[in-house]
Design a protein around this ligand. Structure first.
Ligand code: SF4
Length: 369
């Protein structure tokens, strides 16, 4: 099989994307606290007993799935839950070396990205809705996934394996990493998540993941209910991000400027929601780490359901008479525009005021370590 070539637009896809020529001019001023002499992926350190325990836990979760906050509690060998994905395989849309990530993740050869189909959120603005909200793609067993990781390592020469939107296929992912380790995988694993994870799920991943790439999306419950279709997103994201940081700490690099271990936190600034971004930055500094490596992302654009027109019919009363009135309405009109510079600046200022100082600024053409 050839590597798939169509890449989705999720993650860092800015017109200001880093050019290869800029990479060679990078500034490698890595603070010593975050510089690693060498790095062995965490899955290489698991004993055979620990690996066997993880395998049996993965199968147990599939038989009664409460692996994400949806808590469907179904046997995925017999039926599917909110994520629409069963037990034996994971559905994958794209596998390819990807150069649309942060410079310290994509490096010189790209990040070995695996974009999973399906999702446990229903973001109305989803920038990858053709993958996340539809069941398009290839069904791969954990063994087949492991073979792809090896191809990415050996043929793609990528710096890492980057699992994108894997929250709903964590057991299959855990099994694939254990298989790949036995087959000769030796590059770090990235868990690229919306942060709508359960603690059970993250405990299964402890020891298998080197870099967590969580997106902290919104702060208010009313916003998560309306825009993500999830009631308890913010409290879940808080717990998840704290657990991720407990496992792998702050983002650290080898001397070539490539990230090897730690948390890289993303926040996509949303139009008119900069107050929520400011709250998120304050909470991160106070509750996770002031040394947290943060990417404040600017590339929001209306997508999926946002900006679509629909006809709405309402009952109206005129005197004693009632009748139907029909008019056209733009869906989610409040976020049907790009983000303004002042909104981005406001979130960035709040982050600095809160004490955060490690920011990813890829458009400046440096690694920013
Ligand atoms: S991973 Fe899927 S089946 Fe399991 S609880 Fe979440 S949505 Fe439900």
């Amino acid at each position: 099989m050839a590597l798939f070539t169509k890449l989705p637009t999720r993650t860092l896809t800015s017109s200001k994307q880093l050019l290869p020529s800029a990479i060679s001019k990078r500034f490698l001023g890595i603070p010593s606290a975050f510089l690693l002499d060498d790095y062995l992926p965490r899955y290489q350190l698991l004993t055979s007993v620990e690996s066997a325990k993880k395998r049996s836990l993965a199968y147990a979760h599939l038989r009664e799935c409460n692996l994400c906050p949806r808590k469907c509690e179904i046997n995925r060998y017999e039926t599917t839950g909110m994520c629409l994905i069963g037990a034996k395989t994971a559905k994958v849309n794209v596998i390819a070396p990807h150069r649309g990530e942060e410079p310290c993740i994509q490096g010189h050869h790209g990040s070995g990205s695996v974009f999973f189909s399906g999702c446990n959120l229903r973001c109305v603005f989803c920038q990858n809705h053709d993958i996340a909200h539809q069941r398009n793609g290839f069904d791969l067993t954990p063994e087949e996934l492991a073979e792809w990781y090896l191809k990415l390592q050996q043929i793609g020469n990528v710096h890492n394996i980057n699992l994108v939107t894997p929250e709903h296929v964590v057991p299959q992912v855990a099994l694939s990493i254990l298989n790949a380790r036995d087959m000769g995988l030796r590059i770090p694993i990235i868990y690229n998540t919306s942060s709508f994870d359960s603690l059970d799920s993250l405990r299964l991943l402890d020891g298998l993941i080197d870099i967590y790439l969580p997106d902290f999306k919104v702060w208010k419950d009313s916003t998560s209910k309306r825009l993500l279709k999830a009631d308890n997103y913010t409290s879940t994201a808080m717990e998840s991000i704290k657990e991720m940081h407990r496992q792998v700490g702050d983002l650290s690099f080898t001397s070539d400027g490539i990230a090897k271990k730690g948390v890289l936190l993303r926040h996509l600034v949303m139009p008119g929601k900069e107050d929520e971004g400011r709250e998120i930055m304050r909470w991160l500094a106070e509750n996770v780490s002031r040394d947290l490596y943060v990417h404040i992302m600017e590339q929001y654009h209306p997508d999926a359901h946002v900006g679509k027109k629909r006809r709405v019919t309402r009952r109206v009363r005129l005197g004693e008479e009632e009748s139907d009135s029909s008019q056209e309405e733009v869906r989610y009109a409040e976020i049907n525009r790009a983000v303004r510079d002042e909104e981005l600046g406001s979130v960035r200022d709040a982050a600095v005021e809160a004490g955060l100082w490690r920011f990813c600024e890829p458009h400046e053409g440096q690694f920013h370590l």
